[in-house]
Design a protein around this ligand. Structure first.
Ligand SMILES: Nc1nc2c(c(=O)[nH]1)N[C@H]1C(S)=C(S)[C@@H](COP(=O)(O)O)O[C@H]1N2
Ligand SMILES: [Mo]
Length: 421
């Protein structure tokens, strides 16, 4: 039977369509209808780029028509060069892989220009045999590669603002990216060094001017931590830790020390400046919780979102990303009526543990005000909290590890705003 707008199956109120709904012929809402004269000239007209040979092949970047798709907020804190953060333009991307040139950046003292021939990774401390690895010696070890997300624990921190800030999805939530990370399981190197029985933690230090250092429990190191040397198939970009970084799947970005120089095995956490002055969560009873490592279950609708306004009533594709530091995404639910009714979104085929997961659904906007939101659930049963639930037990101005539901408000003009319910 031919589908008409009248026999569409709705999955929840306010226009959310069944996730198996795809825009097909006969609905009169997709491609523009062509007049007979337009039809007769189509296929005969030749555009300028069809009349001469194209550009030479070579090291080209994206189309010049897509040059607006770039890292957001590139800059530096006052009086510094290269210190601060830039964000992934999540509202313009699709799929689950973040192109390396668009991976977010967070540097505490700029990007060091490291000569790989001089770089060494040193493993020392509570080990039987302190070891030093050159790039060449590291390349001889067994390698793995996995598609996994990296998220700064400060991501979405602007969402604690008492009034919703009118910023794009990338400005609010773009400190998350997802790459295929390749490198050597750290367990192999530590087994070779031989951890002494008192060795329970490590402290990893970078060779940037900030000498950023973080403590990590030995269980995580021996589980799935890697020394990453590759990102999306190519050597790491300098901004993401070239020539090597610590990568801890699912754990807060800060602990994934870039430009990694030393791993010292210790009996307990080292309480470095980077883990005590920052990245700890202040509770409402005044106690600071140290070491919130796994990133919570989270999702964001990337389109429609602020700045990607709707152009009139009709059928739209809602899409976004979901992820969890505890494993795979089990499901993502969507609401178009501010959380009163929910429908399940369709997940793209690649649902990988500790990776971005792409979700989609169709939505029929009727031109009246709407509030759209997504809620992710992971395989461990963790459910993305509401803003209200997130604040329970937390001090007023604490902003790390924010993973509450994002709500986009759509007004009658189709404009999209960040709203709190
Ligand atoms: N040596 C070093 N490692 C570092 C940082 C740094 O400034 N120096 N920034 C950390 C922070 S806060 C984050 S969120 C991630 C960011 O990684 P990316 O820049 O590759 O996105 O790296 C972490 N590792
Ligand atoms: Mo971070």
């Amino acid at each position: 039977m031919k589908e008409t707008p009248d026999n569409i199956n709705f999955a929840a109120n306010n226009g959310l369509l069944d996730r198996r709904f795809f825009l097909k012929a006969g609905l009169g809402v997709g491609g523009g209808l062509m007049s007979a004269s337009a039809l007769s000239s189509e296929g005969k007209d030749r555009f300028p780029w069809m009349k001469q040979p194209g550009m030479p092949m070579g090291q080209s970047g994206p189309s010049r028509f897509e040059e607006h798709i770039k890292r957001e907020g590139v800059g530096s804190q006052p009086g510094t060069t290269g210190s601060g953060a830039s964000r992934t333009p999540i509202e313009y991307l699709d799929g689950i892989i973040t192109p390396s040139r668009l991976h977010f950046e967070r540097h505490h003292s700029g990007i060091p220009d490291i000569d790989p021939a001089q770089h060494r990774l040193v493993i020392h401390g509570l080990v039987e045999r302190p070891l030093s690895f050159s790039m060449e010696s590291l390349a001889r070890y067994e390698h793995v590669s996995n598609i996994q997300f990296l998220e700064c624990s400060g991501n979405s921190g602007a969402m604690i603002s008492p009034k919703p800030l009118q910023r794009k999805a990338s400005n609010l939530h773009g400190l998350v990216s997802c790459s295929e990370w390749g490198g050597v399981p750290l367990k192999i190197l530590l087994d070779e060094a031989g951890i002494k029985p008192e060795g329970k933690w490590i402290v990893a230090s970078g060779s940037d001017a900030a000498m950023m250092s973080r403590s990590v429990p030995i269980e995580k190191i021996m589980d799935d931590a890697i020394i990453a040397t590759h990102q999306n198939g190519e050597p790491l970009r300098p901004s993401n830790g070239y020539p090597m970084r610590l990568f801890l799947p699912g754990w807060e970005g800060n602990a994934c020390v870039k430009w990694l120089r030393t791993i010292k095995v210790t009996s307990g956490p080292s309480m470095t400046k980077d883990e005590t002055s920052k990245y700890s969560d202040l509770r409402d009873d005044g106690i600071a919780e140290l070491f919130t490592f796994p990133m919570g279950v989270k999702s964001v609708i990337t389109s429609p979102s602020l700045s990607l306004n709707l152009t009139g009533p009709g059928i739209y594709q809602i899409k976004g990303i979901a992820w969890s530091g505890s494993g795979k995404i089990k499901s993502v639910e969507l609401s178009a009526d501010g959380g009163k009714t929910w429908a399940e979104a369709l997940l793209d085929e690649h649902v990988l543990p500790k990776a971005l997961t792409r979700f989609r659904s169709a939505w029929k906007w009727d031109g009246t005000p709407a509030t759209i939101m997504s809620r992710a659930i992971d395989e461990k049963g963790n459910i993305q909290p509401t803003r209200e639930q997130w604040f329970v037990g937390r001090a007023k101005n604490t902003f790390y590890h924010f993973n509450a539901i994002q709500t986009w408000g759509v007004n009658t003009a189709g404009e999209i705003n960040n709203v709190y319910l």
